[in-house]
Design a protein around this ligand. Structure first.
Ligand code: 4AZ
Length: 276
């Protein structure tokens, strides 16, 4: 979403209000606003294409400066969410963030494992619409190449991995409580691709956003519980070994009836795709 860090407070307030109204029998699981909700730690060596976006100048050094996720789609190309490059998220215009880096091969942000690579160029999807969240993708060019083994193939149009019911995994270092407790280690959660009809019904149009089947997909569990959350934005949704989505937005985290919404990779314009 446009303000991933601010939005977590909305979630906390909504959860507190629900708990006050239903003190004994809240249908919302206790963990509803926690992490890559319902996920578990994973080894970055088994998913080397997941990277952290970092700026220590903007976000401090304790978690290697992590503020969003990304995915390696070419030896010098990382895809992330366009909204991760916004002034709302960065707290400064992008051209003033001079230490923007991609961190590869570091599962635990408290270590110096893996590689930090400077971003030499950022291309924001010309079709990105910050109001509806449509086309939420940007391509980062790396100053040095990563080995080919880091690259995850992208799903194209008509790929069977988009079929509703398909199991997919979402990865990130996002918030673990909805109150600003960001994970130190990489987590993943398994979710299901949902039909466009279900996604449209969940998000017919509100202040959170409107579901647009052409440029988005949604995934989650009908009963909630497993989901992406603040700080996971731009990270990958992977099914059948291919990249199908990027964490983009949603209403809260892990709430029943409010699945996570992702940028649909098959709709990413050619100008943002890696050449090699
Ligand atoms: C966010 O604001 C955000 N539950 C990311 C993912 C989801 C909701 C919000 C999906 O960055």
């Amino acid at each position: 979403m446009r303000r991933p860090f601010a939005r977590s407070w909305t979630g906390v307030l909504a959860t507190a209000a629900a708990a006050a109204a239903l003190p004994l029998a809240s249908p919302v699981p206790a963990s509803a606003d926690s992490v890559i909700v319902g996920g578990s730690p994973v080894k970055v060596s088994e998913s080397p294409w997941v990277v952290a976006l970092s700026s220590r100048d903007r976000f401090g050094g304790t978690r290697s400066g992590q503020f969003c996720g990304g995915v390696v789609t070419g030896s010098t190309t990382v895809l992330t969410a366009a909204h991760c490059m916004s002034e709302d998220v960065l707290g400064a215009p992008l051209d003033r963030v001079t230490d923007l880096k991609v961190i590869a091969g570091r599962g635990d942000l408290g270590t110096s494992e893996g590689k930090e690579i400077l971003v030499s160029h950022v291309k924001i999807n010309p079709e990105y619409d910050a109001h509806s969240n449509s086309g939420d993708v940007a391509a980062l060019t790396l100053a040095e190449p990563l080995p080919e083994g880091y690259v995850l193939p992208m799903a194209g149009e008509g790929d069977p991995a988009y079929k509703p019911g398909t199991q997919a995994d979402v990865y990130g270092w996002g918030d673990t409580t909805g109150a600003g407790d960001y994970a130190r280690t990489l987590h993943a959660a398994q979710v299901r691709v949902l039909s466009d009809a279900v996604c449209e019904k969940a998000y017919p149009g509100s202040t959170d956003g409107t579901y647009k089947a052409k440029t988005m997909l949604c995934a989650g569990e009908m009963l909630g519980g497993r989901d992406a959350c603040q700080g996971d934005s731009g990270g990958p949704l992977v099914a059948q070994g291919r990249l199908i989505g990027l964490v983009s937005w949603g209403s809260g985290c892990g709430r029943p009836g409010s699945p996570g919404v992702y940028t649909r990779i098959s709709d990413v314009p050619r100008v943002l795709r890696a050449r090699a």
